[in-house]
Design a protein. Structure first.
Length: 271
């Protein structure tokens, strides 16, 4: 039986000495929640309780976000971020955990399953891509739109649709950590853009669920299809009309799908 080690902020130490902030909430089998590019663990705030009711949710802050350090001379890559997650698990004494990564967090989750297969139970990859030859680029107007003065509004529109925003007033949790430095933001963008695990994806042995919104213009849903085809035995679930932050727009549907998948692959079961 897994129990919640702590509900307060903690830090792990990465291989290069950087401090990685994280917290742990809930009870049950451990579930690592990995946020998107340039976001801290606050990314998960609106839906975290859905998982903490049945799992010990462990949410790290990426390098440069939240309570983590932001060293200028560090390695910034999705593969390095995966090693930082391992440092968090080591700090907690967790030998094996389920992993749910979205957007850039899904790219990091791929490296966790590739480089540290014995530490990963079930794997959930949301609104993400495998990189390299397995990437379907966003539409030509999407990335330039994020460089305009109204980029925050543009990003919000890519994350969720207008009807959802009207019924959920207030600040979106998925628009980036406002305390990040410019250097850290650029480093995150490079890490996510240069991610390439495509050649290694067939070596993933963890039971894998791929989730993607069909109306995702930031990371088109074809990326989810390619991931599911590339990872042996992966299950694909497309969420109709959901945008990049499908876990907000289709909270009930996606949340129940993830929980059912995790329940079907308990950590205690021998693989």
């Amino acid at each position: 039986m897994f129990t919640d080690p702590s509900t307060s902020d903690r830090h792990a130490t990465a291989a290069d000495g950087a401090r990685i902030g994280f917290d742990s909430v809930g009870t049950g089998e451990p579930l690592v929640l990995l946020a998107g590019q340039a976001n801290s663990r606050r990314w998960w705030d609106p839906v975290r309780a859905d998982f903490s009711s049945s799992h010990t949710t462990i949410a790290p802050d990426w390098l440069g976000t939240g309570a983590s350090d932001s060293p200028r001379d560090a390695e910034w890559s999705t593969r390095r971020f995966a090693r930082d997650v391992i440092a968090v698990l080591d700090e907690l004494g967790v030998e094996r955990a389920h992993v749910y990564g979205t957007s850039m967090g899904g790219r990091v989750a791929q490296w966790l399953a590739i480089d540290h297969p014995h530490r990963v139970g079930a794997l959930v990859l949301g609104c993400t891509s495998g990189g390299g030859d397995g990437t379907v680029a966003s539409e030509s107007d999407v990335i330039p739109g994020l460089s305009r003065d109204d980029s925050r509004e543009t990003l919000a529109d890519l994350m969720v649709g207008p009807h959802w925003r009207q019924s959920h007033p207030g600040q979106l949790s998925v628009l980036g950590d406002p305390c990040m430095s410019g250097h850290a933001r650029r480093a995150h963008r490079r890490a996510s853009t240069w991610h390439d695990a495509w050649a290694m994806l067939p070596y993933i042995s963890a039971p894998t669920l791929v989730l993607h919104g069909t109306a995702d213009r930031l990371t088109p849903s074809a990326n989810g299809t390619l991931l599911a085809e590339r990872i042996p035995g992966a299950t694909l679930r497309l969420l109709t009309r959901a945008r990049h932050a499908y876990f907000l727009e289709s909270r009930e549907d996606s949340g129940s799908t993830v929980l059912e998948f995790l329940a079907a692959h308990p950590l205690k079961r021998a693989d």
